[in-house]
Design a protein around this ligand. Structure first.
Ligand SMILES: C[S@@+](CC[C@H](N)C(=O)[O-])C[C@H]1O[C@@H](n2cnc3c(N)ncnc32)[C@H](O)[C@@H]1O
Length: 235
């Protein structure tokens, strides 16, 4: 599944624009890539690179960005309480034959780790973001069924499972994530000593801990009239 330089692309929840920037560098002409986020503070560079940047709330039913050959979202839907409805609308933003690609986490390892402090910290982390944001650490497992139910064809899935201790970038990502979450984790009852022990564990070069796999699921809009099944709940 390759990217065609002539495609019009929509990046949903573009964040700092790493993916949109790459899409823009591949696009054959300016204006083919649209990046949307409710917080566009980090997307200024994209306009200069030829992308269209839209500040919008993707959960707003009035938001209609148009139709695209590629609609992509990474680590966005898992954090939305109304992800099912947003996913349906993302499918409606595809041109006939267009490709939807969604990546989210599949939690692996942390909650079953033999290291008690790491296990308690990661368990507390997933619980905390579920309660405060509404994040679902397992929702990607539903995507093959949901995308099929939404009428997409050629549905497929790929997972990538980085391991702390074997992937320096991923270890740094997890360390920063826990640092950012520290106050809320402690407020939710995680003892500071347990948190500190987990952080020390992650610094040990011999530590080998998964946290989540990135699961990427895709599907193609039918070229003929769309047939959607009703009711494919994610949760
Ligand atoms: C975890 S970040 C992922 C960023 C980017 N997709 C990536 O993988 O690097 C989630 C992004 O979704 C955006 N977002 C969350 N809810 C949104 C909403 N309702 N409307 C638009 N953007 C939203 C956030 O502002 C944030 O930039």
């Amino acid at each position: 599944m390759g990217l065609d330089a002539r495609w019009s692309c929509l990046e949903v929840g573009a964040g700092t624009g790493t993916l949109s920037g790459w899409l823009t560098s591949v696009a054959a002409s300016a204006g083919q890539v649209t990046a949307v986020d409710r917080d566009v503070r980090f997307l200024g560079h994209l306009s200069a690179e030829g992308a269209r940047v839209i500040e919008a709330d993707i959960t707003d039913p009035a938001f209609h960005p148009g139709r695209f050959d590629l609609v992509h979202a990474r680590f966005v839907l898992m954090h939305l309480r109304d992800r099912e409805e947003v996913l349906r609308r993302m499918v409606s933003w595809l041109k006939p034959g267009g490709l939807l690609v969604v990546s989210d986490s599949l939690a692996v390892g942390g909650e079953t780790s033999p290291h008690e402090a790491y296990r308690r910290t990661i368990t507390g982390y997933w619980r905390m973001i579920a309660e405060t944001i509404g994040s679902d650490r397992h929702c990607a497992a539903q995507y093959p069924r949901v995308l099929t139910g939404l009428g997409l064809r050629d549905v497929g899935m790929h997972t990538h499972l980085p391991v702390v201790g074997l992937d320096a970038g991923f270890g740094r990502f997890l360390a920063l994530t826990l640092e950012q979450a520290k106050d809320r984790l402690l407020a939710a009852g995680l003892p500071a000593a347990v948190y500190d022990e987990a952080v020390e564990h992650l610094k040990d070069p011999m530590t080998r801990e998964p946290f989540f796999a990135m699961a990427t699921c895709w599907g193609r809009a039918p070229v003929g009239p769309r047939q959607q099944s009703a009711g494919f709940p994610l949760a």
